[in-house]
Design a protein around this ligand. Sequence first.
Ligand SMILES: Nc1ncnc2c1ncn2[C@@H]1O[C@H](COP(=O)(O)OP(=O)(O)OP(=O)(O)O)[C@@H](O)[C@H]1O
Ligand SMILES: [Mg+2]
Length: 404
Amino acid sequence: MNDASPISLLLIEDEDIVALYLQELLEESGRFNLLRASSLQEGLLYDQQKSPNVILLDLGLPDSTGLDTLHALLNNHTSAAIIIMTGTADEELASAALQQGAQDYLVKGQSDNTLIIKSIHYALERKQFHDQLQQSHRQMLQSEKMASIGQLAAGVAHEINNPMGFITSNLHTLHKYTQRLSDFLAQQSKALASHPDRELLDRLNSERKRLKIDYINKDLEELINESLSGAQRVIKIVENLRSFSRTDQHTFAEADLNTIIADTVKIIWNELKYKCTLHQELEDLPLVPCYPHQLGQVFMNLLLNAAQAIEQQGDITVKTFTDLDQVRITITDTGAGIAPEAICKIFDPFFTTKPPGRGTGLGLSIVYDIITNKHHGTIDVVSEVGVGTTFTITLPIHQEESHE
Ligand SMILES: Nc1ncnc2c1ncn2[C@@H]1O[C@H](COP(=O)(O)OP(=O)(O)OP(=O)(O)O)[C@@H](O)[C@H]1O
Ligand SMILES: [Mg+2]
C-alpha cells in the first residue's frame, strides 16, 4: 500500500450514533474505503472477505464483550491493524488490549478528527513493523534450524556414502554369483537325472526338498533385488543430504530461468506426463545471477511435489515474470492441497506426509535453503485442501555470489 492508495477500514460498532459520527469524519478525509459491521459475527465475516487494512473495534458488542471481542478477531487471523475504541477511559483494558495484539486505542467522544486519522496511520505503521519483525524472527528460526541440520547432514552423508558404495557394489557382485550358481545347479540336476544310482538320486532329491533349495533359489533373486532398491533409496537420501553441505554449490553464473525450467521439465517428464497437463506461461526474463544447477533442483522438487499431490489427473501451471527488480516464478497445481496445520512444517527437514519409504521430507527444506540462503530470495506458499497449491519464488535480479 503506498501513501496515495485508499485505506480500507472496517468499523465494528453497534451504536449507530457513534458509527455515523465516525463514518462522516472519515469520509471527509477522502482517504478511506469504509465498511461497517454492527456485530462481532458480521465483523469477522467482513474481515475474512475483504481483508481490511485497519479495524476500528468497539469491544462491547451485542454478541461479545471485553477482550473476548479482540481475541475473536485475532483468532480470525486478521491481517488488519486493530484500533480499540473504549467507552470510557479504561486504561487497564486498553493496556491489556495493546499487550495482546491491538495497535492502539481511542476513547469514544474524546478523540478529534486529527487524532483519529493520526492514530490510524500510526497503527498501520506499527502493524507493518510488527509483521516484518515476526517474519524475520520466523526466518531466523528457520535459518538456524537449517544451519544445524546442514552440518549434521553433511557429516552423516559423508559417513554413509562410503559403506553404501561397497554395499551396492557387493550386492551387484552377489547377484551375478547367485545367477551363476543357479545356472550350475540347473545343469547339475539335468546331468544327475540320468545317473544310474537311484538310491543316491532319491537321497539328493529329498535333501533338496528338506533344505528348500528350489524355493531359496527363487527367493535369492528377489531378496537381492529388494536390497538393491533399498540401497538405491539410501543413496538418494544421501544425495539429498549432501545438497545441504556447502561444498555442493556448483558454479555461479548468469542464467535464463526459463531455460532451467525447460531443462528440468525434460528430465522429469516421465513423472509428469501421465498425471498432469503442464501449462507453461514463461515471459521473457532478464538473465539472473544464480547457481543454475541448484535452481534446477528447486524446480524439480517443486514440480515433483506438485505431481505427487495430484491423485489421478490435474494441471500444473508454471509462470515466470519480472516484477521491478525481481523475477517471480509460480508453480500451481490442482492437487490435494496442504492442511492448515501442516503448512508451517512443510519446510522443516524430514517433514513428510507421504507413506513410509516414499518421501524423505527433505525436498522443500533443500528448496528453502537454496532460495533464501544461497540466492537471497523468498518462497511463499498458498494452499487450499481439495483445490490446490501455489508456490511463489521471488529472486532478486541483481545479487552477489553467496558464500554462506
Ligand atoms: N504441491 C504440494 N501439494 C500438496 N502437498 C505438498 C506439496 N508440496 C509439498 N507438500 C507437502 O509437504 C511435505 C514435504 O514436502 P517435501 O518435498 O519436503 O518432502 P516429500 O515430498 O514428502 O519427500 P521427498 O521430497 O524427499 O520425496 C509433503 O510430504 C507434502 O505433505
Ligand atoms: Mg518432495
